[in-house]
Design a protein around this ligand. Structure first.
Ligand code: ADP
Ligand code: MG
Length: 348
């Protein structure tokens, strides 16, 4: 073979080798990309959506599955529960159906569970948590952001109170009846339950998924940051702007809920009328301006924070510790009270 021909063959071989090499790299990259997409990654995916009348943020990471798909499924689950438990929109709401029934209604297991839990919290908080204030809440216009809000007359309030209160709710197994035309409004507990269910779903898809759900300051942890660090959570200053915080807690697991008079309110003659009611008076509760509860599950933290808000700092709230919960209450003068165990969450 001539020297020039040998050179040609050599050249061709180099070109072929390069093509094979580049193709291999391309295939490798494509496979890696595909695996990353289908198995998920260590990066956090964030998804914001309006559910329960508030901006809900899901932050999730999974090495096993696509975190975006997990976040989508979680939002879907929360929306399902929002419609199911909506007191004032027909849609698919079991609660709307109950409120408009003329006799006992047999509900599904999930609804029976949440109603029973609500009644349990009513009993242990001396009615501070009350899931049957629908008539009162509607009267004040807090049934929807679009309803015109006004201060009702004392006669109107007295009348609404006759058709309010958890003593009007009867549940035997799955059969529920409402007496005195009372309406259920599970707004103080349903969001917490829905977020818990979303977290449960994420763990079902990937038991090692991590992240959290923040539903307007009510937060449940899916798992610690990068699998090992606690999430730093700011507690809103009830008299500051949306970005102002009065403290931080660190959570690797569990849940935290805050009820405040700054979330939904209107003002008349310089007086603030907000959305959490004292079932004894029929007026917005006045003992505190903010109440925070840390518990294992958000359903419990949610109900207890609403109760603590109504009760103010008291023996009952201090007793939450016996239920495995910790509390912080800010009274009407701005004074801050905390259970001993609460302080432990403030250290990283
Ligand atoms: P948010 O939903 O703003 O986080 P809460 O968890 O405290 O705040 O729930 C407030 C909602 O609970 C109200 O919008 C209403 O639907 C309902 N609610 C109002 N007063 C009470 C009460 N005393 N007990 C239980 N639920 C209440
Ligand atoms: Mg609550």
């Amino acid at each position: 073979m001539r020297k020039a021909d040998r050179k040609d063959v050599l050249k061709k071989r180099i070109v072929i080798q390069s093509i094979v090499f580049l193709t291999a790299i391309l295939i490798f990259l494509a496979v890696a990309l595909w695996m990353n997409f289908s198995r998920g990654s260590t990066a956090y995916v964030e998804k914001d959506e309006f559910v329960f009348g508030t901006l809900v943020r899901v932050v999730v990471s999974s090495e096993k599955r696509d975190p975006k798909a997990i976040a989508d499924a979680m939002i879907q689950e929360m929306k399902r529960l929002e419609s199911k438990f909506h007191p004032y929109h027909d849609g698919n709401s079991v609660i709307f159906k109950l409120n408009h029934a003329t006799g006992p209604v047999t509900v599904d297991e999930e609804t029976a569970f949440l109603i029973s839990k609500s009644l349990y919290y009513s009993e242990i908080t001396a009615g501070a948590f009350d899931p049957a204030l629908g008539r009162l809440i509607k009267l004040w216009g807090f049934d929807s952001p679009d309803t015109k809000k006004r201060v009702p007359t004392s006669e109107e309030i007295a009348k609404a109170l006759e058709s309010s209160g958890y003593a009007n709710v009867e549940i035997h197994s799955k059969e529920v009846s409402l007496k005195n035309h009372a309406w259920l409004d599970l707004g103080g507990i349903a969001k917490g339950y829905a977020v818990d269910q979303a977290v449960r779903l994420a763990k079902k898809i990937d038991e090692n998924a991590t992240g959290f759900v923040d539903a307007g300051g009510d937060i449940a942890i899916i798992g610690p940051k990068f699998g090992q660090f606690p999430w730093k959570i700011g507690i809103r200053d009830p008299r500051g702007g949306p970005q102002d915080i009065i403290g931080v807690v660190y959570l690797s697991e569990g849940a935290i809920a805050t009820s405040g008079d700054y979330e939904r309110y209107f003002e008349v003659d310089g007086v603030r009328y907000h959305h959490i009611f004292d079932s004894k008076t029929g007026y917005p509760a006045r003992k505190s301006i903010s109440a925070t509860v840390i518990a294992e599950k958000l359903v419990d933290a949610d109900a207890l924070s609403t109760a603590a808000f109504v009760l103010g700092w008291s023996k009952i709230v201090e007793g939450f510790v016996g239920l495995g919960a910790q509390a912080m209450v800010i009274d009407a003068e701005g004074k801050i009270y905390k259970t001993k165990g609460f302080v432990a969450y403030e250290k990283e």
